[in-house]
Every structure is written in C-alpha cells, then in structure tokens.
Design a protein around this ligand. Structure first.
Ligand SMILES: NC(=O)C1=CN([C@@H]2O[C@H](COP(=O)(O)OP(=O)(O)OC[C@H]3O[C@@H](n4cnc5c(N)ncnc54)[C@H](O)[C@@H]3O)[C@@H](O)[C@H]2O)[C@H](O)CC1
Ligand SMILES: [K+]
Length: 217
C-alpha cells in the first residue's frame, strides 16, 4: 500500500499520541538505515562516509544513522546544513547533542564543503524528506549539486531530497541515489521516479498499526 505525506504525518501524530514518541520513530528509522549500510559494506573501518543533514527530522534521522555507523568503527562525517540552534525539533536536537559528545564522528557546519565529498565511498542524504516545500533554498541547493557530482554510493533517508513524495515530480532539483530507505509505508510518488529513488526499501519503524485507524483503516 502507498500513502500520501498528509496520511504519513497523521499516522505519525497518532503514534506519538499513543506514546510511541517521534524520538523512538527517529531512533528506529536511523537504526534500520544504518543496518542497510553496514550490510552492504561488511568492513566499514576503511570507508569514507559522509552524512548530509538538514535542520528538520530528516536530518534528525541522519544524526541517528551517523551514531549507529560510528559503532561500526567508520568515523562518519556529518555535515549540518545550518546552525545547530536552528534544528527544528527536540527529537532532532537531542540526537545532535549526543553527536557533539562523540569523538567517533566528525561534525562539520556547512561552510566551505565543496571538497568534502572527494574520495567518499558512501553518502547519506538526510537533507530533506516529507517536509520539503518549494524551490530548494541554500545551502541545501548546493549540497544537492555536490552530492550529485560525487560517484559515491548513495542512500536517501526516507525520500531523495528534492523529490515530491506525493507526485514523484522534481520541481527544482533532486539527489539521485542508489537506494532509498523509506519509513512505515511507501509514499505514493516514489515508485513513479525510480530514476531518482534507485532501489526503494520500505522499513517499519515500530508505529502501532492502530495509529492508522481513521487514516487508512
Ligand atoms: N514518517 C515517520 O514515521 C517519521 C519520519 N521522520 C522523518 O521526518 C522527516 C520529515 O521531517 P520534517 O521536519 O517534517 O521535514 P524535513 O526534515 O523533510 O524538512 C524540513 C526542513 O527542511 C526545510 N525546508 C523545507 N523545504 C525546503 C526547501 N525547499 N529548501 C530548503 N529548506 C527547506 C524546513 O525549513 C525544515 O528545516 C521524514 O522525511 C523522515 O525522515 C521522523 O524521524 C519520525 C518518523
Ligand atoms: K532525504
């Protein structure tokens, strides 16, 4: 079954109200994404992994991905596309705060990042997810271009950044990835743009089925 962004947000809210808080969803989303990366590269210690993170919960998921990858000894680099004070939600901010206490990750605030992807083996796109709207603003726009210029293997968190999840249309620009890990259920527009999404993997993140009552059921 495929769902709309509006339906996903309603299901998310219902789950949160049931006590399955967004922070738990974010942890599961990041953990399952990291698992797919570690399953592809059994020895991560020699891999250069760059994680791009926006200021919303797509970025929050990416913070969790980076923390889980660090446990596999790869020292990921996280590029935050904005100032930490502008991180939108408590669940994302709390995950950033954990990263700030870790020396097994490299944190970079988006400044001169034009060479950061040089030699990267893996890039994780946690820039924009279902909260994207309108023309892509800087520094997200330049980050998308930078990622697209790299020949690293690319994973998108939930949605390739720049893709409209409801239509599959790229209104401005979009990260073209090899694998998209999308959460809970397929978003209706994604199968319409396999070129940008690459292989799409749908992963459950623990949301109770009852959260769909009144939305899908
Ligand atoms: N589906 C689930 O159960 C869960 C999904 N999670 C993740 O949360 C994101 C959606 O998070 P949200 O904060 O709503 O939006 P985004 O992170 O996608 O983006 C918001 C962020 O980006 C800025 N922004 C929006 N449009 C633009 C633009 N055109 N140019 C530049 N910047 C833009 C906006 O200002 C915000 O700062 C979902 O995809 C999942 O990854 C949760 O983890 C919980 C479970
Ligand atoms: K993304």
């Amino acid at each position: 079954m495929e769902i709309t962004v509006k339906q996903m947000m309603q299901i998310e809210e219902n789950g949160h109200q049931m006590g399955f808080f967004r922070k738990l969803m974010m942890e599961n989303a990041g953990a399952v994404t990291a698992r797919h990366i570690t399953e592809r590269y059994h020895d991560l210690t020699s891999k250069k992994i760059i994680v791009f993170a926006g200021l919303g919960n797509n970025g929050g998921d990416a913070f969790v991905v980076a923390r889980h990858l660090a446990a596999f000894g790869c020292t990921p680099t996280i590029i935050l596309l904005g100032h930490p004070d502008k991180i939108k939600t408590e669940e994302a901010r709390s995950n950033w705060k954990i990263l700030e206490k870790m020396n097994s990750v490299n944190l970079i605030l988006a400044s001169a990042i034009d060479t950061i992807t040089d030699g990267a083996d893996v890039i994780v796109d946690g820039i924009l997810g279902t909260g994207m709207s309108g023309k892509i603003r800087e520094p997200y726009s330049s980050a998308i271009d930078l990622i697209n210029q790299s020949n690293a293997f690319k994973f998108a968190v939930d949605v390739p950044s720049g893709l409209d999840p409801d239509t599959g249309i790229v209104n401005d620009k979009c990260v073209k990835v090899d694998i998209t890990i999308t959460f809970h259920k397929m978003k209706i527009g994604m199968p319409k743009n396999q070129d940008m999404c690459g292989k799409i993997i749908v992963e459950k993140i623990g949301i109770p089925p009852e959260a769909e009552i009144g939305v899908l059921l």
